[in-house]
Design a protein around this ligand. Structure first.
Ligand code: UDP
Length: 237
């Protein structure tokens, strides 16, 4: 496996080509951003933690039969993934109210959603990732109805798997964001699944073990992410 040219650089990751046309390398940076990148910092060790945690979750999903872009973890900061065409829609699943839904709709924090809520956001930094509905996805030709159904179905299955798994480790999965890609015409889970993209609360103490530590200065970010890694690595499935 040979690393080739940089294809794309985002806020948290760099994507490199490889000598295999259907695979790319995702490199996790130490950059932390929040509130549309208004708040920024470099946090040493964050990239490696997110790579390791993401690789673990993708492996778990692959084992459970969920199609993902993940091939294997290559090193501390890098994973090998299938090259996919990213659908510019962020899919958020919520089990408990926190974050933007509290601000936007005035739903009290910690309200339980049963069944879980599925929301769509347009992946567009200039427009600040606005919330959209299914009809907007069709009007803007971002994905076909069969693809949106598949994304919803997979997002809820991922929620079941991750929520159950984390519960066994004493962690509440509050909400998370997924991105999907097309691989050979099929919808697969892509991007990353990490404490940057999930809200995790310690079931005993209620402590945030995710990016809210950075967003709201709740404590050392690395310490929280390490707790997640330790719990999942010794975790029973
Ligand atoms: N999220 C994300 N990327 C985004 C927006 C949200 O990974 O661009 C994640 C976020 O970490 C949380 C969930 O999606 O786990 C729901 O986020 P929310 O809509 O509450 O927005 P926030 O208040 O976190 O900005």
């Amino acid at each position: 496996m040979e690393k080739r040219e940089k294809l794309y650089e985002g806020k948290a990751k760099i994507i490199y080509a490889t000598d295999e046309p259907d695979k790319v390398i995702a490199h996790f940076k130490d950059a932390a951003t929040a509130f549309d990148a208004v708040k920024k910092a470099t946090i040493k060790g964050k990239g490696a933690l997110n790579n390791t945690i993401s690789s673990f979750f993708f492996q778990l999903l692959n084992e459970k039969g969920i199609p993902t872009h993940f091939v294997k973890k290559l090193s501390d900061r890098e994973m090998l993934v299938y090259k996919v065409e990213i659908i510019p829609v962020e899919v958020v699943v919520r089990n408990i109210a926190a974050g933007s839904i509290v601000r936007r709709l005035g739903i009290p924090e910690k309200t339980k959603f049963s069944p879980p809520l599925v929301e769509f956001y347009l992946k567009n930094d200039e427009l600040h990732d606005p919330i959209i509905c299914e009809e907007h996805i069709y009007a803007m030709n971002l994905a076909k109805p069969e693809e949106v159904s598949k994304m919803k179905e997979l997002a809820l299955k991922v929620n079941d798997i991750l929520k159950d798994f984390m519960e066994k480790q004493g962690v509440i999965l509050v909400d998370f964001k997924l991105e999907f890609g097309r691989k050979d015409g099929k919808i697969v889970v892509a991007d990353e699944i990490s404490p940057d993209t999930c809200r995790f609360w310690d079931a005993k103490t209620g402590e945030s073990l995710d990016k809210d530590r950075f967003r709201f200065d709740l404590g050392d970010l690395i310490e929280g992410y390490k707790k997640i890694l330790e719990k999942i690595e010794k975790g029973e499935n």
